[in-house]
Design a protein around this ligand. Structure first.
Ligand SMILES: C[S@@+](CC[C@H](N)C(=O)[O-])C[C@H]1O[C@@H](n2cnc3c(N)ncnc32)[C@H](O)[C@@H]1O
Length: 234
């Protein structure tokens, strides 16, 4: 069972620095070691920042926000979640009632970068494939479209279907499926669950049953992992 992303405990503790709703140190590390989000926003190249915001947050104003971050940090290092949220919000139109906070995508992107969430996810899925015995189940809950796309792609390939193939199409001949899908399509929470737990609103559950076929590695490119440039292009 993989329940992806940040936990409520992490979000609700201001000192963990995940949330733009609670001011705290700009940290965002799930494992509480290694470089923090403050290290990333205060040291990364403007082009790299824009790439991270664009590829990990689907933030269309990625360049404008990256430029604003670089400008702000020149005056004073960005040390808190509130300060980063303020810089990002200034780059975007004021949200209409019911719209999410303007910093949502940027915070998601920076969190994914700080925790290498996509490469960890790719490794976790393949480790599960190696660990499960025939008949064993792999259940994955995703919370946003980018991670869901990776999980969907993994199960498509592991169940012998070409990426983007029609889910009703028979498995490609000559490929031995490593999983049979228990869920034909992602399972979403119903209205009652969302009312009980609004944080579940974007959740998607996918389940595959392991076959006896040998495990087979898949590359980050096969899974469609976005590539972040090393330095200076965007
Ligand atoms: C959505 S939360 C799980 C919440 C849990 N199911 C609960 O109900 O309390 C995902 C958790 O996975 C942890 N995590 C993230 N990446 C990880 C990794 N590569 N290895 C192990 N745990 C990781 C995070 O720190 C986070 O606490």
């Amino acid at each position: 069972m993989l329940d992806l992303g940040v936990s409520s405990m992490q979000l609700d503790q201001a000192e963990r620095g995940f949330s733009f709703l609670r001011d705290g140190p700009l940290d965002m590390r799930m494992s509480q070691d290694g470089p923090t989000a403050a290290d990333l926003v205060n040291m990364a190249d403007e082009g790299v920042l824009a790439d991270i915001l664009y590829n990990y947050g689907e933030e269309r104003a990625s360049r404008r926000i990256a430029r604003a971050i670089v400008g702000a940090r020149a005056a004073e290092p960005i040390a808190t979640t509130a300060r980063l949220a303020e810089i990002v919000a200034k780059c975007l139109p004021r949200p209409k009632p019911g719209q999410s906070h303007p910093a949502t995508r940027s915070f998601q992107a920076i969190r994914i970068a700080v925790n290498a969430e996509f490469s960890e996810l790719a490794e976790g899925l393949q480790a599960a494939e190696r660990a499960l015995k025939p008949g064993g189940l792999l259940a994955v809950v995703t919370f946003h479209s980018l991670e869901d796309r990776i999980v969907k792609r993994f199960f498509q390939l592991a169940s012998g279907h070409e990426a983007h193939a029609n889910r009703y199409a028979p498995a490609k001949t000559g490929t031995t499926a490593r999983f049979d899908m228990v869920t034909r399509k992602a399972v979403a929470p119903d209205a009652a669950e969302i009312a009980r737990n609004p944080r579940a609103r974007s959740a998607k559950l996918r389940i595959g049953r392991r076959t006896a076929a040998p495990a087979h590695p898949v590359s980050p490119a096969d899974l469609g992992l976005p590539e972040i440039q090393k330095k200076g292009r965007r």
